[in-house]
Design a protein around this ligand. Structure first.
Ligand code: UD1
Length: 424
């Protein structure tokens, strides 16, 4: 097991591969990040299994270590976290700027230790990504928040349960508030919450630590505050639906036939439905899914929406796939306003895509041509890999570090499926 952050100059792919075979999907990045933050407020040891060994997780573990938590890798994909008794420092900006999800430390630090100082977070450049809903909710729970020299400073005595309405079902705000409310006095009701599977996973984990969270997965979450949260002797992170979805799209794009193990097929319903519409056969097993793309694909329209709508995190990969599907496909991006940057890179490979605000119109071309391109964010990087697998000739993808933020063993898994891929 290598727990260092992976860094490379470029990924090189010789195209026209047809993906075939079987691979195992890892634990969900977005779940693991929230669970690691929540573990900081436990009063005892936490053991998490199926933690993906990706760069974002390594950075988050460094951040909580800098706060005094003791983190030990036990075996592959299993970590033991001993939270600090008290927090005397704040996460360094050099780490926080690498990771948007570091804002998820606000809730647990405030609730357990009474104060938090977190630099305004970084992460992928896919939109303005404000934090007003986090602020509104934490203020509603009785915290005082202010911004000072690029840092969020938050203070509170014991938080007080409250009724909070989210103007938009933000994943991060739902997580932050759900975590904070676990140690608040009395009941908290959060309305119009996110319903993503990662929210349900976090609620299950919090309950495993002795919290009383009900309703995760619906529009309203009710939390009865408790005095303290215990540790958790074992908790297994759910499979990564975005990693699975990326391989499904890659298989569809290359006319492949692959089976993914360790998946929850209901979490993949939005992507399975769209791939079926595009003429791909999807066979759901007990904890596996098979994707067979032996017929020509047909154009489709996609609108990204909060779960159970189509995930914004798979939109770019779909754009890559649709760029060679004969006919006109349309994508409407409703979550992040800046998520079409990959279109320019795909155009360098010969795609015909017009972007107007939140709308992208894709006219399928016969084939893409390999060339030099650059990843502009994590999922854009994955989309370029999908495009390069389909393309004629050799593609070099620069800034692959974006990809390593969210995909573990991506190249090995693709090689196992028959791709000609290396990195330098
Ligand atoms: C999480 C995921 C990310 C995914 C996204 C949407 C993690 C670590 N990341 O990001 O991979 O793409 O959900 O499914 O779990 N918003 C506000 N005010 C706020 C918070 C959010 O206006 O206070 C807006 C954002 O600008 C965006 C939308 O809400 O337009 C969705 O953001 P949100 O659900 O919060 O995404 P993240 O939690 O950052």
């Amino acid at each position: 097991m290598n727990t260092d952050v992976v860094t490379r100059e470029k990924i090189i792919i010789n195209g026209k591969s047809v993906l075939k075979g079987k691979i195992k999907i890892g634990g969900a990045k977005n779940s693991a990040l929230a669970l690691i933050c929540a573990a900081v407020m436990a009063d005892g040891e936490v053991v998490l299994e199926k933690v993906p060994e990706i760069n974002d997780v390594m950075v988050m573990l460094d951040i909580i270590s800098s706060l005094g938590a003791k983190v030990t890798w036990q075996e592959s994909e299993t970590i033991k976290i001993n939270p600090p008794e008290k927090i005397t420092s704040h996460p360094p900006y050099s780490m926080v700027k690498k990771l948007r999800a570091s804002n998820l430390l606000l809730g647990p630090m405030l609730a357990r230790y009474g104060s938090a100082k977190v630099a305004l977070p970084g992460g992928c450049n896919i939109g303005t990504r404000p934090m007003d809903l986090h602020f509104k909710g934490l203020t509603g729970l009785g915290a005082q928040l202010r911004l000072e020299r690029g840092c969020i400073l938050a203070e509170a005595g014991r938080l007080k349960g409250s009724r909070i309405y989210l103007d938009f079902p933000s994943v991060g705000a739902t997580e932050n508030l759900m975590i904070a409310a676990c140690l608040a006095e009395g009941q908290t009701i959060i309305e119009n919450v996110a319903k993503e599977p990662e929210i349900v996973d976090l609620a299950n984990f919090l309950n495993c630590m002795g919290a009383k969270v009900r309703g995760a997965g619906t529009d309203v979450i009710k939390i009865q505050g408790v005095e303290r949260l215990s540790g958790c002797s074992r908790y297994c992170v759910i499979p990564d639906r975005i990693e699975a979805g990326t391989f499904m799209v890659a298989a569809a794009a290359t006319g492949g036939d692959i089976t993914l193990e360790n998946v929850i097929s209901t979490h993949l319903e939005p992507v399975s439905a769209k791939l079926r519409e595009a003429n791909v056969e999807i066979i759901e097993g007990e904890d596996s899914i098979r994707v067979i793309a032996d017929k020509p694909l047909t154009p489709i329209d996609i609108k990204t929406m909060p779960y159970p709508g189509f995930p914004t995190d798979l939109q770019s990969q779909m754009m890559g796939m649709l760029s060679t599907v004969a006919g006109t496909s349309i994508i409407i991006e409703n979550i992040f306003e800046n998520r079409f940057q990959v279109a320019d890179e795909l155009k360098r490979m010969g795609a015909n895509i017009k972007v107007e605000g939140r709308l992208a119109v894709i006219e399928g071309v016969e084939a893409l041509q390999g060339t030099q391109v650059k990843a502009t964010d994590l999922r854009a990087g994955a989309a370029l890999v999908v495009a390069a697998l389909m393309a004629n000739g050799r593609t070099e993808i620069y800034h692959p570090d974006y990809i390593y933020r969210g995909y573990h063993d991506f190249e090995d898994k693709l090689r196992e499926l028959g791709a000609d891929i290396t990195s330098v």
